[in-house]
Write a protein that binds this ligand. Structure first.
Ligand SMILES: Cc1ncc(COP(=O)(O)O)c(C=O)c1O
Length: 384
């Protein structure tokens, strides 16, 4: 227990805040879908925003040097990854960068490789831009979700393939790729000359004692063929403030990305920049406590689910549990959970209708209540 524990235990009333998460379902349903936590942001972020708001004058704003320094220090301290400030590209969100990368670095009719089930924007990005989507199955290998490597190689070898969209840590499923696993993917990307767009938005949410290895930090060739996408938004619960960044070390790729973005994707807004600076400069203690709390929630969830027919693999990262409900043989698993009063994400949206995704970034009392509802529904329908 530490001084932050009570902060994470606090029930926050998010009614009348236009929260996406809390507007989707009726009041009788606990929303546990979108990747947004029911925790207040750290005081350092609230103070920084309040101070900036107090100053008034909300004109066009450029990126503070202090933010670039804080990002560089964050990446070096946590990942031993040395990044030049000139290689950073500041963005109002990460999803737009996924879509932009597909449009800038491939043409209509080209193919894009995506291991899945996965967060739906990785598959939407190719489909919305008339690229061919080559999904590679994530399969259970020694209790972890990993891409099927023969399938991955076949997809890479397709002459139409131009890039892979990788999600590390993986959402959903929580896989934290090891250096060896990434090196195997890199060896294939090098052999077939593919660009790697690495969505690493969940990299600061590793629950086990495992290192996050940025794909671009593997070696010089990886750095040269990679667009890394990161953000403080999931970690510090500031998605509504719209800030993310890309690291693009290859000058040709960076210039093409910036040219494609010009006039279409705006700079991040002033409050997003302010919040990100405070998060990376001063949020470390809060972040450490958050990980302890989330780890406890994950273990609590796993223990409760183990007494039901539902199955979940050990989750290495994220607060998004990927739960196998296929054994219930339900026509619409998502509807079953919502009827039980738990607003999970539909696994169909990620590529597997036999699963649901449950967001446990909430006070443990809320998680407890949701699990009690799920258990009750399973008993009522004679599943246990
Ligand atoms: C893997 C992944 N990428 C991107 C995003 C969203 O990024 P943004 O809100 O910065 O557009 C999410 C949100 O859940 C995510 O899980």
């Amino acid at each position: 227990m530490d001084s932050f524990t009570s902060v994470f235990d606090t029930q926050i009333d998010r009614a009348n805040t236009n929260s996406d998460k809390w507007s989707k379902y009726t009041d009788s349903v606990i929303p546990m879908w979108v990747a947004d936590m029911d925790f207040d942001s750290p005081e350092c972020i609230k103070d920084a925003i309040n101070q900036r708001v107090e100053k008034g004058v909300y004109g066009y704003t450029n990126t503070p040097k202090a933010l670039e320094n804080a990002i560089q220090s964050h990446l070096f301290t946590r990942y031993q990854w040395s990044v030049s400030a000139g290689h950073l590209v500041h963005l109002p969100g990460l999803v737009c960068a996924l879509h932009l990368s597909v449009r800038v670095f491939s043409e209509v009719g080209d193919a894009v490789v995506v291991p899945g089930p996965v967060y739906y924007h990785l598959t939407k990005a190719p489909l919305l831009s008339e690229r061919e989507l080559l999904t590679v199955d994530m399969t259970i290998q020694d209790g972890r979700w990993l891409p099927d490597m023969p399938q991955l190689e076949a997809a890479f070898a397709n002459p139409k393939s131009k890039m892979i969209l990788l999600c590390n840590p993986h959402n959903p499923g929580g896989t934290v790729y090891t250096k060896e696993e990434l090196l195997r993917i890199h060896a294939l990307a090098e052999r077939y000359d593919l660009l790697v767009v690495s969505d690493e938005i969940h990299c600061d949410l590793i629950l086990d004692d495992l290192p996050h290895v940025p794909f671009a930090s593997l070696n010089e060739d990886a750095a040269n063929r990679c667009i890394t996408l990161m953000a403080p938004s999931k970690t510090f619960n500031i998605a509504g403030l719209g800030y993310a960044f890309a690291v693009i070390e290859n000058t040709v790729l960076r210039q093409a990305f910036n040219q494609g973005r010009a006039g279409l994707i705006p700079s991040p807004n002033m409050l997003g920049l302010t919040a990100a600076t405070a998060a990376y400069q001063e949020g470390q203690e809060w972040h450490r406590s958050l990980l302890i709390y989330l780890r406890e929630n994950r273990d609590f969830l796993a223990q409760r689910l183990s007494a039901t027919p539902l199955k979940m693999l050990h989750l290495e990262a994220t607060y998004l549990a990927w739960i196998d409900v296929s054994m219930l043989s339900l026509e619409d698993p998502h509807a079953f959970f919502v009827a039980a009063g738990v607003g999970v994400s539909d696994g169909k949206d990620f590529g597997n209708p036999g699963y649901v995704r449950l967001n446990f970034g909430c006070p443990q009392s809320t998680l407890d209540q949701a699990l009690t509802r799920i258990e009750k529904a399973l008993i009522e329908h004679s599943y246990m």
